[in-house]
Design a protein around this ligand. Structure first.
Ligand code: ZN
Length: 412
């Protein structure tokens, strides 16, 4: 699976895990760093086990001891600590009714090398370390300025935020001539210098403290951006990170959005730009009726199965999928569709009393199908207008085809 799909899968899993809570302090989170011998981990768990035997509340005690036993059983399946370390969550998760707690155990290998050790028994699962791993670490600083105003933006992953706008206060026009005109010009020069200094100070304040700043992009409608960059207004560490200077038609907030458009070649790997470009390409093909744009889960699935999809666009807000289950009422096993956050029902007898063996989200399923035929997968957030349109108008699934294609008509 591609990194993007893996990341999405883990993010969704962590979201679900965060919603779970225990009846008491009885949910275990265990983070085993890379290279830590499992025998040492087992020693810690054994001593936690004997400590937990002293818990006064009978139910909590049983729950913690059961969870610890489950963790130790899972650990025994490993010969050694996996290369990136190991994370285990285990505990009785509270249901809707008191008394219907169920023991749940999750074992996963982290996507990056785990460096910290953590054992925690709490009323919730501790997910922060993994969340930090999947968080987008790269950010770009954006500055747009002209003689009248300046705006500062931060582009990170799928979000673009305008963080500050300032006015220059420099007067624009004057009609006087001669001596007073020259004096006026000197005043304007001085005021402009002061303004650039302020722009530099804000840039330093906003961007210098960002440890994950990858680059800075500057834009504006006039010569102010070049003057600003040539002068000594920007901290040298930020100056070194300037990736490009672009002409844009607007200043202020609108200029920030335009700047991201102009610099899209530089920023093409940033998720926000990838999503927006993919959506624009899809909408372009749809509007021109090129026959290359298809949408809706059923249509896109057919195209994916035929291997004709070049780019798959799928909304990250889609939460439905399917689950493999074993029915406790009638013994049937199979796959059932799952609605968002919904219960899994046996397809044979309709009972919700089933063991869920495996869940596959529609994103994961279609994403894998796309990757197996060499298509690019773009998971589109709902943070942009285009992203919300994908969800609302196109059912959250769209594709751009390699060539015009029609599914074969079913045999009569
Ligand atoms: Zn059944």
């Amino acid at each position: 699976m591609s990194e993007e799909l893996e990341r999405h899968k883990l993010q969704t899993f962590l979201e679900e895990l965060k919603r779970k809570s225990g009846r008491g302090t009885e949910l275990i989170s265990l983070y085993i760093p890379a290279g830590r011998p499992l025998s040492e981990v087992m020693d810690v768990l054994r001593s936690e086990y004997s400590a937990a035997s002293n818990i006064k509340d009978r139910t909590t005690r049983h729950h913690v001891l059961d969870a610890l036993t489950a963790v130790m059983q899972r650990l025994k399946l490993f010969k050694a600590t996996p290369p990136n370390g190991l994370v285990i969550f285990a505990g009785y998760v509270a249901g809707d009714v008191p008394g219907d707690e169920k023991l749940e155990v999750y074992v996963l290998e982290p996507p990056q090398r785990l460096k910290v050790w953590l054992y925690r028994c709490d009323s919730r699962f501790y997910t922060e370390i993994l969340e930090d791993m999947v968080a987008v670490k790269e950010a770009y600083g954006l500055i747009v300025l002209d003689a009248g105003e300046a705006a500062f933006g931060v582009l990170r992953g799928k979000s673009l935020e305008v963080v500050k706008e300032i006015e220059s206060g420099v007067p624009r026009k004057h009609r006087a001539g001669g001596q007073s005109a020259r004096r006026f010009e000197r005043i304007i020069e001085q005021l402009t210098h002061e303004f650039y200094k302020r722009v530099g100070e804000y840039a330093n304040k906003i961007f210098l403290s960002m440890p994950d700043l990858k680059g800075i992009i500057i834009g504006g409608p006039g010569p102010a951006k070049e003057e600003f960059l040539k002068g000594d207004y920007l901290h040298y560490q930020l100056k070194e990170k300037v990736l490009g200077v672009f002409d844009v038609g607007y200043s202020g907030e609108a200029g920030i959005y335009e700047l991201v458009n102009r610099a899209s070649e530089l920023l093409k790997d940033v998720q926000y730009v990838r999503e927006r470009d993919a959506m624009n390409e899809f909408l372009y093909n749809l509007a021109r009726d090129t026959g290359l744009a298809v949408y809706g889960e059923a249509e896109v699935r057919k195209a994916l199965e035929a291997g004709v999809v070049r780019k798959l666009l799928i909304s990250e807000a889609l939460r439905w999928g399917k689950a493999r289950y074993a029915c406790k009422a009638c013994g049937a096993e199979g796959w059932a569709p799952v609605e968002e956050g919904g219960v899994v029902r046996c397809q044979a007898c309709g009972s919700p009393n089933v063991d869920v063996l495996e869940r596959v989200s529609v994103i994961e399923e279609l994403g894998k199908l796309a990757e197996s035929s060499g298509a690019e997968v773009v998971i589109v957030s709902t943070e942009t207008g285009e992203g919300r349109e994908l969800l609302r108008v196109f059912g959250g699934v769209a594709a751009i085809l390699r060539y015009r294609w029609q599914p074969a008509a079913p045999a009569q």
